[in-house]
Write a protein that binds this ligand. Structure first.
Ligand SMILES: Nc1ncnc2c1ncn2[C@@H]1O[C@H](COP(=O)(O)OP(=O)(O)OP(=O)(O)O)[C@@H](O)[C@H]1O
Ligand SMILES: [Mg+2]
Length: 460
């Protein structure tokens, strides 16, 4: 992961924007503190000088030049920061701790900023000072000042700290930004790597989740859910294709070999007729299987939404019960039906009728002669409930989920005709109608329950 790529990330750009904003804020804040502090100390210096000038001019008024000179001499001995110079009309010093009148122009109000020589520990240093000039009359002049060396030094230190603070803020922020973007880029790279692996055909790959629960984790979770769904769909599709290839190939092979065998031998017209009749039967079976697969696929994909409308389920169930009564009678079975009137559901009537017929078919087909068959439609807690039950061998608990898949036929029923698609259509139709499907033990036998969603009450 190189630096250029890190710097191109959104995270880095955001970090940079924040950094500039933060840097500017730090600069403004510290700058303000500096300006304020420096201003206050400068004002303090001027105030001290003014106070001294007021005091000294009072002394002058009271004691004249001689009195003032005495005081100035006294103060010059004690004060360390204060500077004084009293000169006569010939500009010679009468008293004070300054060597000579500074050679600078006086500013407005009598203020002057000047350098002066100060002996410190045997050495002479040049210090900056600020002072005020007072005309006493008769050519006498007084200069009162203060050494500003220390103040200027502190101001310089503050300016330097301020510069360093801004430089450090920017530097640390930059490093932090780089680290943050690198971390971000690493996690995005993990997502990219996973998608590349998946494109290369490894559908089992999942995006790593850091566990911190942040927005990248939520994205990863969603991507993983999506991948899960895609994998399931792809596997389902692959299974269907394989099933079709497998389950349609053998009947087609059988059909072809019978035709070949018939053609090879010396056959009578009757033999041909039989062979053709069998071929037609098998072709219809194949067509049935195709139609069933098509119906299931359509129901599963929800394509039939356009054909959906409210239909009278009670009437449909009653018709089917009438239709199957003679079929059951043929196997000496009793069909008991109990249909609540006026139940309407929204969906595809044709597919529903097909699915219910599949359930009744199974019940008749797998229940031995003399058994019982129950067909019930009722309202339970405002939810329509449809039950098809028989007294046959039933389906063991571990097979109940499996039999709903395409082409699944249980070992016990290999002898009877069928392709194993009946219950798959029932499940697909149930899903299309937002109904739950449940396979139960009827003690003995199988009980299939379809529970529809709560319906708005309709007047029968
Ligand atoms: N009422 C039942 N009693 C016992 N076993 C059943 C019953 N209904 C279904 N089964 C079992 O479930 C399997 C799947 O049923 P399904 O209806 O899907 O296929 P099928 O009946 O074998 O073929 P067809 O496609 O003609 O319906 C059956 O082969 C059978 O083993
Ligand atoms: Mg069946």
């Amino acid at each position: 992961m190189n630096l250029a790529r890190t710097m191109h990330t959104t995270a880095f750009r955001m970090a940079l924007i924040y950094l500039v904003l933060f840097g500017v804020s730090v600069f403004v804040l510290l700058g303000f503190i500096y300006w304020w502090t420096a201003g206050i100390t400068a004002i303090q210096t001027d105030d001290t000088i003014d106070a001294e000038i007021t005091g000294l001019s009072e002394q002058y008024r009271a004691g004249g030049v001689t009195g003032l000179a005495t005081i100035v001499r006294e103060r010059s001995r004690n004060e360390r920061q204060s500077l004084y110079l009293l000169i006569n009309p010939r500009r010679t010093a009468l008293a004070g701790n300054l060597n000579g009148w500074p050679d600078v122009t006086t500013q407005e109000g009598g203020w002057l900023d000047f350098p002066y020589q100060r002996p410190i520990g045997g050495k002479v240093e040049t210090h900056q000072a600020r002072g005020r000039h007072l005309l006493l009359g008769q050519g006498y002049q007084l200069l009162v000042g203060r050494d500003t060396h220390e103040r200027l030094r502190i101001e310089k230190i503050m300016r330097r700290s301020l510069t360093w603070a801004v430089v450090l803020t920017l530097g640390l922020g930059l490093i932090g930004g780089l680290m943050m973007s690198r971390n971000f880029l690493r996690r995005i790279e993990a997502i990219n790597r996973t998608s590349r692996d998946i494109m290369a055909g490894d559908l089992h790959q999942r995006v790593p989740v850091s566990g911190g629960g942040d927005e990248l984790d939520r994205l990863a979770d969603n991507l993983n859910d999506m991948l899960e769904q895609i994998e399931r769909l792809v596997l389902g599709m692959r299974q269907v294709t394989e099933n079709i290839a497998h389950d349609l190939r053998s009947p087609l092979n059988r059909l072809r070999s019978r035709l070949e065998v018939t053609l090879m031998g010396e056959a009578s017209e009757n033999d041909y007729r039989d062979a053709l009749q069998q071929t037609i039967d098998e072709a219809s079976d194949l067509l049935d299987t195709f139609n069933a697969l098509l119906n299931i696929a359509q129901a599963e994909s929800g394509q039939l939404e356009a054909d959906s409308k409210d239909f009278n389920l009670s009437a449909l169930v009653r018709n089917l019960a009438e239709l199957y009564e003679p079929v059951a009678e043929e196997k000496s079975m009793t069909l008991t039906s109990d249909v609540a009137p006026g139940i309407t559901v929204y969906g595809n009537k044709h597919l529903m009728s097909q699915a219910l017929a599949n359930l009744l078919d199974n019940a008749v087909k797998y229940t031995p002669e003399g058994g019982n068959l129950t067909f019930i439609l009722r309202n339970s807690n405002n939810r329509p409930e449809l039950i098809v039950a028989d007294s046959g061998p039933g389906i063991s608990a571990e097979d109940r989920e499996r039999v709903l898949d395409r082409f699944v036929r249980l070992e016990a029923s290999r002898a009877s005709p069928g392709s194993g698609l009946g219950l798959s259509l029932v499940r697909a139709v149930a899903q299309l109608h937002c109904a739950d499907i449940e396979l139960d033990d009827n003690l003995p036998g199988l009980k299939v329950v379809l529970r529809f969603e709560e319906q708005e009450m309709q007047q029968a």
